[in-house]
Design a protein around this ligand. Structure first.
Ligand SMILES: Nc1ncnc2c1ncn2[C@@H]1O[C@H](COP(=O)(O)OP(=O)(O)OP(=O)(O)O)[C@@H](O)[C@H]1O
Ligand SMILES: [Mg+2]
Length: 403
């Protein structure tokens, strides 16, 4: 539905996240020592995306290592709670997963709408316990028994049902969560030595590319789409962005067909170079930047962007381009970064609003702390930015108590 946006996420019982709540508004930059829980917050976003898709519990096992690996040591259950808002009223989705021997079970799942104008209580769109699934039936105006599947979330089962507007809205929001990691640019010789595939550098089958695949695997297909499926003005702007980062001597980004059966790969046409520079020959940073250009120029529907350590491979000047891109993306959709880069912190437009410091308490639980705007302003009279403050060991002094 138009105007729907995710506003808040609470995670309980996931690894170091005993109970954390993150407000989603514009750009959020997670900082903190190794092991303080930043990547776990991003993995929680991905788990929420999977909760809107079929086979949730199977993927918890096969991809996320199973409920035993996810559950915080000593916790009996894992809960995600997501708030959203939009023209159709506020929504709250809550999902609790627990361990049943080695397997995961859905213990509770609820979706509430409202309260809308004139109502005191929210309406329940889904009420699920371990024993029973109920969903709101619009014709009858009450909860009725819903479909039961021990493996699937009710949200994923009902996202295509008619007259289930709240379910469709939340499902759409969660399925549009996009968690990115820096492009996987390992040198080809290392991949060959280890017998690993290198989809970013080698040719890949021509395929539609509505989004940049994680690790940039489909980069050539993304540029093929940007060149052929968007307007020529859009392509001109894409090339401007490429040149801003990689230099004015880049004439073009081409996709060249290679081998049999419609495989393509990426090649840069560069002034002064006797031939195209193929993706096998591009540097790690050049590829990582091209992947960021594809990520930001494709018209992918997104409700939330998570990006773990975008600084990897990037020269500071390129990192500034990427940060500018992420800041402008954050004007439309919440963007959550995790970073160790002081440069990135120094360059933030609004560190007082963006930065969240993750620390572990005495029981190794993640706590989240935001800057005290007044304290930060007074320190920044003498320091370049929060990055320099952190490098000098003073970041803690400008943070409020954990929220
Ligand atoms: N089952 C568990 N129960 C409790 N804590 C756990 C469990 N599994 C992992 N941890 C801890 O959770 C934390 C997870 O850290 P995470 O990977 O999110 O850190 P990070 O802030 O991204 O660190 P880095 O900067 O090194 O990438 C670690 O401290 C780890 O020891
Ligand atoms: Mg991490």
């Amino acid at each position: 539905m138009a105007g729907d946006r995710l506003t808040k996420i609470r995670i309980q019982g996931l690894r170091s996240l005993d109970d954390v709540t993150l407000e989603l508004d514009g750009l959020t930059v997670l900082i903190g020592e190794n092991g303080s829980g930043k990547s776990t917050i991003l993995e929680a976003f991905e788990l929420l995306r999977k909760a809107s898709q079929r086979n949730f519990l199977q993927e918890v096992t096969s991809i996320h290592g199973g409920i035993g690996a996810l559950l915080r040591l000593g916790s009996a259950q894992l809960t995600f709670c997501v708030d959203a808002d939009g023209d159709g009223g506020p929504l709250r989705y809550e999902l609790t997963v627990a361990r049943d021997r080695a397997w995961a079970v859905i213990l509770r799942e609820t979706l509430d709408v409202g309260p809308l104008l004139g109502q005191v209580e929210p309406l329940h769109a889904i009420r699920r316990t371990a024993q029973r699934v109920e969903i709101f039936d619009q014709a009858q105006g009450k909860l009725v028994d819903g479909p039961v599947s021990s493996d699937e979330t009710t949200l994923s089962l009902l996202s295509a049902w008619p007259n289930q507007r709240a379910i469709q809205r939340m499902s759409q929001l969660l399925s549009s969560i996009d968690v990115q990691l820096p492009a996987e640019t390992r040198p080809l010789w290392v991949c060959r030595e280890r017998k690993w595939a290198s989809p970013l550098r080698e040719s890949s089958m021509i395929q539609p590319a509505p989004r940049l695949a994680r690790l940039g695997d489909n980069l050539a297909n993304c540029f093929h789409a940007l060149k052929n499926e968007y307007s020529s003005d859009h392509w001109t702007e894409t090339m401007e962005l490429v040149r801003l980062g990689l230099g004015n001597d880049i004439r073009n980004v081409n996709t060249i067909s290679g081998g049999a059966g419609g495989a393509i790969s990426l090649a840069l046409e560069v002034r002064g170079s006797p031939g195209p520079i193929t993706s096998t020959a591009l540097s790690d940073g050049q590829l990582a930047y091209l992947a960021f250009v594809a990520f930001s120029r494709l018209d992918t529907p997104r409700s939330l962007v998570g990006f773990d350590e975008p600084e990897l491979h990037l020269h500071p000047a390129l990192l500034m381009r990427v940060l500018a891109g992420l800041e402008s993306m954050a004007e439309k959709v919440p963007v959550v970064l995790a970073t160790h880069s002081d440069r990135l912190l120094d360059a933030l437009q609004h560190p007082e609003r963006s930065v969240v410091l993750c620390t572990l308490d005495q029981e190794r639980r993640t706590e989240l702390r935001r800057p005290d705007a007044a304290k930060l302003a007074s320190w920044l009279a003498r320091y370049r930015g929060l990055g320099e403050l952190r490098a000098e060991g003073y970041a803690d002094l400008v943070m409020k108590e954990p929220s």
